[in-house]
Design a protein around this ligand. Structure first.
Ligand code: SF4
Ligand code: SF4
Length: 254
């Protein structure tokens, strides 16, 4: 099945085959072993990005339920082929934040990511990649152009090294790529904590308005919700859309 970059946002976003995501499941215990982690500095990051950069808001992973604004998600279709130079890109438009667990998983694959993103390397180790924004939440630093440090250019398009590494190593995307990037252009609205379409979505060329009245949810959204919240969650939202429900409450499985 063709998977239209649910890892959207991400930049990376090479279209890929969903089946390839399920080859190998990295067990959480192995992720906790920190003794072999590459050396990583957590000193303050450089700040070259746009001053008014908004956050790709962190999904509420710890919550046992998530409300989804189905109607909002039905209004948009996303097709990611990676951005070309000059195009507004989700990998340079937001401050991307990850949890401690996500950070540990990313650090495990830094050597692989650095093969695609040599700017991650510094003398004797790795450059400053993360900055702690608040306890347990870390933002990813950017290049001088404001592009996420994990982005790289290939065939004149922006790609996500974490996405590429996950596919290459046969790891589940949600074990490597930030969940906010998996979900984009879905995100959590400020204040009411509802999963909905991000309100600047149509500023990006890869997002298009769907015909009014469509009750068919973008397959990429179904896949992304499934990856982030667990098996059956994407299908639940899909069925809610088909049944005409405006909202649905997910009991998360991750
Ligand atoms: S981690 Fe960075 S490069 Fe990868 S999708 Fe997110 S913003 Fe883009
Ligand atoms: S803005 Fe759209 S096309 Fe560009 S990387 Fe993000 S999801 Fe892909």
């Amino acid at each position: 099945m063709r998977f239209l970059c649910a890892e959207r946002g991400a930049g990376a976003c090479q279209p890929h085959d969903k089946a390839s995501l399920d080859i190998f499941w990295l067990k959480d215990e192995s992720l906790e072993a920190s003794d072999n982690l590459p050396k990583l500095s957590l000193t303050p990051m450089r700040s070259y990005g746009p001053e008014n950069r908004r956050q790709k808001r962190q999904p509420q992973h710890q919550r046992s339920s998530v409300e989804v604004d189905v109607e909002s998600l039905l209004s948009i279709e996303n097709r990611c082929n990676g951005c070309a130079k000059g195009e507004r890109c989700c990998c340079s438009s937001y401050e991307v934040c990850v949890t401690t667990m996500e950070l540990k998983r990313i650090i495990k694959v830094l050597p692989e990511a650095a093969k695609l993103c040599p700017h991650l390397l510094a003398v004797g180790g790795y450059d400053n990649v993360f900055e702690e924004e608040e306890p347990g939440l870390f933002s990813i630093d950017t290049t001088e152009d404001g592009l996420c440090l994990f982005a790289y250019w290939s065939h004149h398009r922006i790609h996500c090294s974490l996405h590429t590494v996950a596919v290459t190593l046969g790891l589940p995307l949600e074990q490597v790529k930030p969940k906010v990037c998996l979900l984009w252009p879905m995100h959590f609205s400020e204040g009411d904590e509802v999963l909905a379409m991000i309100n600047d979505a149509f500023l990006f060329d890869c997002n298009a308005r769907k015909a009014p009245g469509s009750r068919s949810l973008s397959p990429g959204f179904v896949e992304a919700i499934e990856l982030v919240y667990g098996e059956g969650c994407g299908t639940q939202v899909k069925h809610a859309a088909e049944n005409g429900d405006r909202r649905t409450l997910l009991v998360t499985r991750r």
